[in-house]
Each structure stands twice: as C-alpha cells, then as structure tokens.
Ligand binder design. Sequence first.
Ligand SMILES: Nc1nc2c(ncn2[C@@H]2O[C@H](COP(=O)(O)OP(=O)(O)OP(=O)(O)O)[C@@H](O)[C@H]2O)c(=O)[nH]1
Ligand SMILES: [Mg+2]
Length: 329
Amino acid sequence: MVYNIKVKSKTKYKRKNILRYKNERIEKEMAEFKSGFVTLVGRTNVGKSTLINLLVGEKVAAIANKVQTTRTAIKGIVNRPNSQIIFTDTPGIHKPKHKLNETMNETSFASIPDADIILFVIEATSDDMGKGDSMILQKIKDSKRKTILIINKIDLVKREKLLNLIDIYRKEYEFEAVIPISATNAKYREIILDEIEKNLKEGPAYYDIEEYTDQTMRQLAEETIREKALKLLQDEVPHGIYVEVEKMKLRKNKNNEEIYDIEATIYCLRESHKGIIIGKNGEMLKRIGRSARIDMEENFGIKVNLKTWVKVKEDWLDNQSIVNKFKLQ
Ligand SMILES: Nc1nc2c(ncn2[C@@H]2O[C@H](COP(=O)(O)OP(=O)(O)OP(=O)(O)O)[C@@H](O)[C@H]2O)c(=O)[nH]1
Ligand SMILES: [Mg+2]
C-alpha cells in the first residue's frame, strides 16, 4: 500500500548531510560507533514534542498549546557521524479520565525501562516538584536508567527561579546532566545531542540512515490533521477527536507533477461537536484542511489534494479496540 511506505528525509540539507555522514562513517569504520534508545518523558504540555522535532530536525510529532497533544509513542531518528540516536516521544503524564488517557499514561511509563537514556522534561515555570513530576521521577528511580534532566521554556523565567528549581531536582536524583533549554531555540540542539552521545554505549545503527521516523505517511497525515484541529478548535471539542486516513494515492496531474490524493475522516464525540468542526458555511473544516495540506506539502515535499469529512462516533474514548491504535507497538 502506498501509504505504508517508510518516510524518508527529503530536504536538500539533510541529503547533503546524509552523504557526508555516509562518507565519514566509511572512513571511521574501525572507530567506535555508538547507538541507543532515548525516551522523552514528562507532564503534558511541557514541550516534549517540540523538543523531539528540534532534535530530529524534521517534524515527527504534533505540537499544540493544549494538554494531551501526543497520544502514542513516536520515534524520531538522529544520525551523526559516530552515532545513531533513536528518540521516543511519549504522551504527557496526566490524570486519567477514560480508557484513552489510561492507555496514554501506560504507554509513557512502559517506555521508561526500555530506554538506554531518559530525557526527563520539566517546565522552568514550575516553583516546585508537583505530584505529576514526582510520580514520573519515582518511575525513573525504580528503573535506575541514566537520566538527563531537561528544564524547558527558560525564556519564560528569571535566572533565580531556574537555579532554585535545579536545586530541588538535584537533591532528588543523580542526573547525568541538567540542561536548561528553550525547545523553540535551535542553539540547544547540539548541546543536548553531544551530552546524549557521551552517555551512549557502543552499538550498531538500528535504522537505515535515511529514515527519520517509524511512522508511515498515513500516520503523519492523520497527526497533521489532528494537530490543526487541536490548534484551531476550542475547549473540549479537539480532545474528543481522532482522524483516520481512508485513502492516500499518488498520481500525476495535468502538468505531470506528482500529487497525493488524501481522503480523511475526523471523528468526534457529538453532533454539536460536528457542527463546530465544520463551522459556518464549512469555514472551520476548510481552515483545518488548508493548514493541514500546507504542512503536509512542506513535510512530504510533494503536492497534496486533501478531502476531509466529519463523522460522529460517541464513546470512542472508552472503546478499547479504537484506543488500541494508540498503544505502544
Ligand atoms: N515559551 C516556550 N514555549 C514552548 C517551548 N517549548 C514548547 N513550547 C510550547 O509549549 C506548548 C506545548 O508543546 P508540546 O511540544 O506540544 O508539548 P508536549 O510536552 O509534547 O505536550 P503533550 O503531547 O500534551 O504531552 C506549545 O504551544 C509549544 O509551542 C519553549 O521553549 N518556550
Ligand atoms: Mg507531545
């Protein structure tokens, strides 16, 4: 199936780097090559997905200024001359209200013992270690994994507050490093990658050097549409949404350019939500579709023709067979 093909990096910048890495790697064949699995964990909305996108250099995860944006574990792969780092972004830890929430938390906690290194992401704006963070830290303590504490959003706080927070956390666990960052600022990328590489063990490249995620194009398309719905809709409506791509077909248009025909359904919980998603004269659905299409064209490097529908599926949040879609693979 076309939509199940692996996503490969397509930007010129990346291709050039890949070639360079390939050559450097051949030269260093005899040198030590390191690899490992690094999991990002933290409360919801702290910026884990923003960080994984920064580290990978491609958009692999949806970002929104809403809680519970990420619903499942997502992999992003970084290739360096001497190492391959496989990142896993996880759903933010939160109080579960239904089966989907429970599954999301389980996914995150289950990913901790599997990691070689954990990136524990917290927010610089916190005054103290709250319930959620201490619960996560307990899981880290139980697993005894090497952990790097990432304090994100330092652009929002004063230095003093930051030092106080570092102090609180340092007393609680022996972190390999504590790195205050802003995931929206690219200057922190290499600092974090260097620190991770330092802590990796010798190992092979597990993934093809051109792959940067384990998601299929279909999953990326679904997540892009859901991200736009999250960003454009208010209140509880977007949290009751899931997206299914029914068709994804590559064809040539009149000008002999390749184009993806994508058809997707946005499922929601109630008739009233459906009305909000479609909007007056279909305006909201058009906005969601338009911004999703622009994003996909940029990320896939190919033209997209996107058609979207909205359907009601009550109670899907507690429907185990649908929720299984978000379980750790
Ligand atoms: N000011 C500021 N905002 C940030 C920074 N990093 C991320 N954000 C914002 O924080 C919000 C949440 O970001 P996400 O990356 O979706 O957070 P997350 O931890 O993946 O959230 P969940 O998937 O719900 O667990 C978004 O609006 C981001 O733009 C930062 O360094 N500074
Ligand atoms: Mg996320």
